[in-house]
Design a protein around this ligand. Structure first.
Ligand code: FPP
Length: 232
């Protein structure tokens, strides 16, 4: 959800106002994704590196997070939405962690849509933790080094049990992944939207989905192999 700060600066508003408008946009996009039949949406809300921002901005972001939980998630639960989190939430203030854990628990059985919020998340940190978990199992003798394959690694990522992303949308005209789902994005299609996140509306989402639909996903095969056979 990149570009909140620049959106605000362009309008002469404080950065937090950009985040507030970004949070409102997030609610709209969650509803739009459900309406489009998308099963899982993962949003990068706070990176492990975002702690380096001014304290006022960091605490403002967490207050916004709490506001979203209180104001919207009851309604989303009614739409059969499950909330999951990736990242280390033990470092978050209690006033966000508590409600987050409550909603994760109460929405556990919901099946229509999964909202994954990346909070204090970093892909490199996730990979290091997975490597440590594997090393621990190998040292304990419960896992043979030769048995370490992708499924063993995948099961130790924070996204274990979640589908890999088919589409990653990066807003604000930046062309990088910034430590987001680095392993899971191996075969993701990436769409770069030039608009700042607060301007990423339903029409922008539809444009990104249309772009995705045009892509040929080959997963290492040739174009001929993945094309449906022509009718006789
Ligand atoms: C990136 O824009 C956006 C963020 C770091 C925060 C996104 C969070 C929300 C929209 C609200 C939900 C918040 C939580 C914690 C659940 P930027 O500030 O990097 O924009 P810039 O690159 O233009 O400065």
């Amino acid at each position: 959800m990149d570009g909140n700060g620049r959106w605000a600066a362009a309008k002469g508003l404080p950065r937090l106002e950009g985040h507030r408008r970004g949070a409102e946009r997030l609610i709209e996009i969650i509803d739009a994704c459900i309406d489009e039949g998308i099963g899982t949406l993962t949003v990068f809300a706070f990176s492990a590196e975002n702690w380096k921002r001014p304290l006022e901005e960091v605490s403002g972001l967490f207050k916004l997070g709490e506001w979203i939980l209180r104001a919207h998630l009851a309604r989303l639960e009614k739409r059969n939405v499950r909330l999951r989190v990736i990242g280390d939430i033990t470092a978050l203030p209690d006033f966000v962690r508590g409600p987050l854990e409550d909603v994760m628990a109460s929405s556990k059985a919901n099946t229509a849509f999964t909202l994954v919020v990346a909070l204090n998340y970093g892909a490199r940190q996730e990979i290091v933790a997975a490597a440590q978990a594997i090393a621990t199992d190998v040292a304990a003798g419960t896992l043979a080094p030769a048995a370490v394959d992708w499924s063993v690694v995948e099961a130790r990522l924070q996204t274990a049990g979640m589908p890999d992303p088919d589409l990653i949308i990066r807003t604000s005209g930046e062309f990088r992944l910034s430590n987001f789902l680095l392993l899971q994005s191996a075969y993701a299609e990436i769409v770069f939207a030039s608009v700042f996140w607060p301007d990423f509306d339903k029409a922008q989402l539809k444009l990104a989905l249309a772009e995705f639909a045009k892509r040929e996903r080959r997963f290492g095969q040739t174009g001929e192999q993945v094309q449906p056979a022509a009718a006789p």
